[in-house]
Design a protein around this ligand. Structure first.
Ligand code: NAI
Length: 344
């Protein structure tokens, strides 16, 4: 089978070449993202392999379908960039539900520690032989309360890491995990209490209509003065304008963002020689208490191997059995994997 691989980066190729060769799947790598203008590149291919910032909207789906493309292989977990309803009956959509929850959870903690211990500042200072500590005072994580929104694979690993630091956990999930709440150091609570009582808030839920801008003016208003916000999930969980205002008013003490609502125009690309067009992103990056990484949380060798292996196996499963455990299915429920693989 032949796949058009969009938004290809140098670090994607080694693992996809390895597993592609092993299972007889050929990939043609395109640096461009998939969208209405580039969908034509998939002409003659059995499927497309796409990532978080490729666009798989109704127009793209129709174009792919008309060209005889049959499979959308997402090499990520989130699928908010796919119009699942429109894809139903036209294209099989498979994803990699978990490639390394540790990669994302560990990056979240790396950002938190960097921010609250001012490591990014200290690193630059000592590079310049400036050994002054003025302005680098942080705070202990031990004993602090972290609010975790979304207690799935990544959220639970992040909770384990936080517990290792002696933090208390307030959790919120639409579907709470059995056995996680111990009535003491880890407690499920309402979103309201989580906002009011957390020193640090970390987002680990998917982007849906319900979670869109879960962090906005109203929720930030409820938060503790100086709250630290971590978002390594999806940019649109946070209203960036509201966050900026809350940073200016000192309500938010620090923000660590691996994702940004309008990231698809910039993230993963070298924009260093260009004028930054997005004023909100530019202002956020200019803040001393904001740390931005470019959707980097997944990027470990372990995760890249898992992504390639699972994606190739998803394609092989569809080819050989016409069903795949990692198929996303609108009929089963927009946010659920297909229950029996036979809806399509
Ligand atoms: P998961 O599916 O294992 O967990 C998501 C959790 O969110 C589930 O427990 C679910 O019940 C909960 N949830 C669903 N709707 C909710 C709502 N309205 N309010 C509160 N909780 C809700 O997903 P996983 O693997 O833990 O990933 C979480 C998110 O992390 C993904 O949706 C994706 O957006 C993001 N992600 C980011 C990466 C990065 O590189 N920055 C890499 C991989 C994932």
């Amino acid at each position: 089978m032949k796949f058009a691989f969009f938004d290809a980066k140098p670090y994607d190729k080694p693992s996809f070449e390895k597993y592609g060769a092993q299972y007889g799947i050929k990939f043609k790598y395109f640096e461009t993202k998939l969208n209405e203008d580039t969908a034509e590149l998939a002409h003659g291919y059995d499927g497309v392999c796409v990532f978080v910032n490729d666009t798989v909207n109704a127009a793209v789906i129709d174009h792919l379908y008309d060209m005889g493309v049959k499979i959308v292989a997402l090499r990520c977990a989130g699928f908010n960039n796919v119009d699942m309803k429109h894809a139903f009956g036209k294209l099989h959509v498979v994803r990699v539900p978990a490639y390394s929850p540790y990669a994302v959870a560990e990056h979240t903690m790396a950002m938190l520690l960097t921010s609250v211990r001012r490591i990014h500042k200290g690193y630059i200072r000592t590079k310049d032989f400036n050994f002054s500590l003025a302005g680098l005072t942080g705070f202990d994580l031990h004993g602090k309360t972290v609010g975790v929104i979304g207690t799935g694979r990544i959220g639970r690993v992040f909770i384990d890491i936080c517990r290792g630091f002696g933090m208390k956990v307030l959790a919120y999930d639409k579907f709470p995990a059995q056995g996680l709440d111990n009535g003491d150091t880890i407690r499920y609570t309402s979103l309201d209490e989580l906002f009011r009582s957390s020193d640090i808030i970390s987002l680990h839920c998917p982007l849906t209509d319900e979670t869109y801008h879960v962090i906005d003016d109203t929720s930030l208003e409820k938060c503790k003065q100086g709250v630290v916000l971590l978002n390594t999930s999806r940019g649109a969980l946070v209203d960036a304008e509201a966050l900026l205002a809350a940073i200016k008013s000192r309500k938010v003490g620090a923000a660590c963002l691996d994702v940004y609502e309008e990231e698809s125009d910039f993230f993963f690309e070298d924009c260093s020689g260009h004028i930054m067009e997005d004023d909100t992103l530019a202002r956020l990056i200019s803040m001393p208490n904001v740390l931005v990484t470019s959707h980097q949380a997944f990027l470990t060798e372990d995760a890249l191997e898992n992504i390639a292996e699972t994606t190739v196996k998803n394609i092989v499963a569809l080819k050989e059995n016409a069903q795949c455990a990692n198929e996303l299915c609108y009929r089963c429920g927009n946010t659920e994997d297909c229950k029996d693989g036979k809806c399509f």
